[in-house]
Design a binder for this molecule. Structure first.
Ligand code: GLU
Length: 467
């Protein structure tokens, strides 16, 4: 019987959903979907001091926004403490884990002494039981940690789904602490019990975890649990070649949602960052699921490219339904202090989006344009001086008259403009530029008749009136 594909994402709720975690979540999700398997969400909240409900909520919100729907979860590690305790007790009873009473001071002293001798600063195994070995007397009042009896020799080898074969010697690693003095398990232990209990078949995660994997494999083996396959994705680098971090710009999914990106654009860009399907740059969710079989994952780090992301987003904005864009733009407008009535969002704003979306790469930029229609416009003094000259003012005044009287549709507005051009012997740009500056506060706009039509007679007349 072939094993059911089960993947998981296991974020720690100590902040927003990081782009790196989002990408790993995306790969795990796509892999499960491709093979008709399950995708599990687990919340690794054992770092009690740093984990918050607010972070959990943000992470779930971002997953939902990206459309990474999970089949099971969220499963909280802090609700599984009893289970970890049970497995810990079992390992201790079998002599595969042990209590260690070394104090931090003792451990520091051991480390310093080893360092001075030029040796690896690994734990000295003082409390590790062995046949025929007498352990030190248990000190009073010291709460022990629990350590895992890591095999002292041999190698741990796995065929990484992303990086290929990896071998790490057991001599490089020591007896890991698997439960703290308060009994709360550490990451490496909880993750093994969870991946085992949740029958996870494939683990995708960031390559900062490569050094943890040998311990985890040894623990799976000690428990007699089947091993999942591991795939470690390289870090994402910022445009300065350093690891993408908060100091170098936005790293959370939320920031991009707020920044006017569409979830499908983010999904497309994140997927392509570290994975490829031929030369395809734009693809749908369905295509991604169809193509994502775990091959063609890059071994080397990808570089975050904000310009490319904007390009991808622009492509999706162009294709997006105008009604949907209107709802998103309305939210962005609120941030600019403009709250529209529902019927305007429903009926008028979609027309604006249709007119403007080709020139906007985010819904924030769309909203800035929309604000020119719904809010106030203060033309720039230099632009006014340059375009709204004394010579053109009479023509603007005639246009105002014509537009006050004509029918309010694109064709009639266009006819009115042409009439004015003929009366004043002007060429289109000589009139169009000043009118754009006056009405929109910008010399570059979509076609003038459309802009004026959507702006509405009242506003156009009022804005032309200041000439
Ligand atoms: N909580 C870990 C992290 O956020 C998960 C690592 C794993 O997937 O095993 O890095």
């Amino acid at each position: 019987m072939t094993q059911k594909i089960r993947t998981r994402i296991a974020p720690s709720p100590t902040g927003f959903l990081h782009l790196g975690t989002a990408r790993t979540a995306l790969y795990s999700w796509a892999y499960a979907r491709h093979y008709g398997g399950d995708f599990v969400l687990r919340v690794e909240d054992t770092d009690v001091a740093r984990s918050t409900q607010d972070s959990v909520d943000q992470i779930l919100e971002s997953m939902h926004w990206l459309g990474l729907e999970y089949d099971e979860g969220p499963i909280y590690q802090m609700q599984r403490l009893e289970r970890y305790k049970q497995v810990l007790d079992q390992l201790i009873a079998e002599g595969k884990a042990y209590y260690c009473y070394s104090t931090p001071e003792e451990l520091d002293a051991v480390r310093e002494a080893k360092k001075a001798r030029g040796e690896k600063t690994l734990y000295d195994g003082r409390w590790r039981p062995a046949p025929g070995r007498t352990l030190p007397p248990v000190p009073e009042g010291v709460k022990p940690v629990v350590r895992f009896c890591n095999p002292p020799d041999g190698d741990v080898t796995w065929n990484d789904l992303v990086k290929g074969p990896i071998t790490i010697s057991n001599r490089e690693i020591d007896d890991l602490i698997i439960a703290r003095t308060d009994g709360i398990p550490t990451y490496n232990f909880a993750v093994v019990v969870d991946d085992w209990d949740m029958t996870i078949s494939h683990v995708f995660r960031g390559d900062e975890h490569i050094n943890n994997t040998p311990w985890q494999i040894n623990m799976f083996n000690a428990l007699g649990a089947p091993l999942p396959q591991f795939g470690h994705c390289p870090v994402i680098l910022g445009d300065d070649g350093q690891k993408l971090s908060k100091r170098r710009g936005a790293v959370s999914v939320t920031a991009y949602e707020e920044g006017g990106y569409l979830p499908e654009a983010m999904l497309n860009y994140l997927a392509r960052l570290g994975w490829s399907h031929g030369d395809d740059e734009l693809f749908t969710r369905e295509q991604l699921v169809d193509w994502f079989d775990g091959s063609h994952l890059n071994k080397s780090p990808a570089q975050w490219d904000p310009v490319k992301l904007l390009w991808v987003n622009a492509q999706y904005i162009k294709q997006a339904d105008n009604q949907r864009l209107a709802a998103l733009v309305a939210q962005q407008l609120v941030k600019l202090g403009i709250t529209l009535q529902p019927d305007v969002v429903e009926n008028h704003l979609p027309q604006l989006c249709a007119l403007l979306k080709d020139r906007c790469d985010t819904t924030v930029v769309l909203a800035q344009w929309a604000a020119k229609f719904y809010g106030d416009v203060t033309p720039d003094a230099t632009e006014l001086a340059q375009h709204v000259t004394e010579a053109v003012r009479p023509a603007v005044a005639t246009l105002k008259e014509k537009l006050s009287a004509c029918a309010w549709d694109k064709a009639s507005i266009s006819a009115a403009i042409k009439e004015v051009l003929a009366i004043h012997s002007l060429k289109m740009p000589q009139l169009a530029m000043p009118v754009r500056v006056l009405v929109m506060g910008a010399a570059q706009t979509p076609s003038l008749d459309s802009v004026l039509e959507i702006c509405g007679r009242e506003k156009v007349i009022a804005r032309l009136g200041v000439a």
